[in-house]
Design a protein around this ligand. Structure first.
Ligand SMILES: Nc1ncnc2c1ncn2[C@@H]1O[C@H](COP(=O)(O)OP(=O)(O)OP(=O)(O)O)[C@@H](O)[C@H]1O
Length: 219
């Protein structure tokens, strides 16, 4: 479903991704971990078609939606208008499917997105992505700046969409604990290169991964 082969992406003379190869199969939810500056958002933006590879290939089957790092809402538009923009390419006009999923957004529909809390804004970004009726969802840091309960709530929605509707998900996270709870497989990116990959249960026992991402061995 997502097939990235030998991908190199550069900003001018600075190379952000060096020969990255990864796959996410249809219906899988796979995590991508990495520290600040590793190249995670660069990969997300390349999958979403916002950046062009310098070399290598990026392929995704069907429609790809991105929940971008930092939400990237239109702050002066209402929640309803932000959602409508998400449906622009898919032709999805009725936000009912999003309001069913995230009822709080129906209550917030007339509010300006810029005045919402971080958690509410992330819900709008989530809802906007779902308005595009994606086959593949790339989530760039679901938990960024959110309270644990808000993160857990959104994570539960993501898990349900994956399990019940077969939504394919690439979950980019710095919160490895969350990523390992949600995903069976993960890749670890550092300084633009994939340094390890495998089953989350195995990675959690890897001392390097545990000390870098889990604050010590997972218990
Ligand atoms: N527009 C840009 N122009 C030049 N360099 C950039 C640009 N965007 C990102 N970079 C550089 O590319 C590298 C990868 O950045 P990227 O944002 O993809 O990392 P990240 O893993 O998402 O980091 P974070 O977790 O901090 O968001 C970094 O060295 C960054 O400084």
């Amino acid at each position: 479903m997502i097939d990235v082969k030998d991908l190199v992406v550069s900003y001018g003379t600075a190379t952000a991704l060096e020969h990255v190869t990864l796959t996410v199969r249809r219906g899988e939810m796979v995590a991508l971990l990495g520290p600040n500056g590793a190249g995670k958002s660069t990969l997300a933006n390349t999958l979403a078609g916002l950046l062009k590879p310098s070399s290598g290939t990026v392929h995704a089957d069907g429609r790809v939606a991105l929940i971008p790092e930092g939400r990237q809402l239109f702050p002066d538009l209402t929640v309803a208008d932000n959602l409508a923009l998400g449906g622009w390419r898919s032709g999805q006009r009725d936000p009912a499917l999003v309001y069913d999923l995230l009822p709080r957004l129906a209550e917030l529909a007339g509010r300006r997105a810029g005045v919402l809390s971080g958690g509410e804004q992330q819900m709008v970004a989530f809802g906007r992505a779902m308005m595009s009726r994606p086959d593949v969802l790339v989530v760039d840091e679901l938990s960024l700046g959110l309270a644990p309960t808000v993160t857990a709530d959104l994570a539960a929605h993501l898990a349900a969409l994956n399990a019940e509707q077969g939504l394919t998900v690439l979950l980019i996270e710095q919160n490895a604990r969350l990523a390992f709870e949600l995903c069976r497989r993960a890749y670890v990116l550092e300084s633009g290169r994939l340094v390890t990959e495998g089953e989350c249960a195995v990675l959690a026992d890897d001392p390097r991964v545990a000390s870098a991402y889990l604050g010590g061995a997972i218990t």
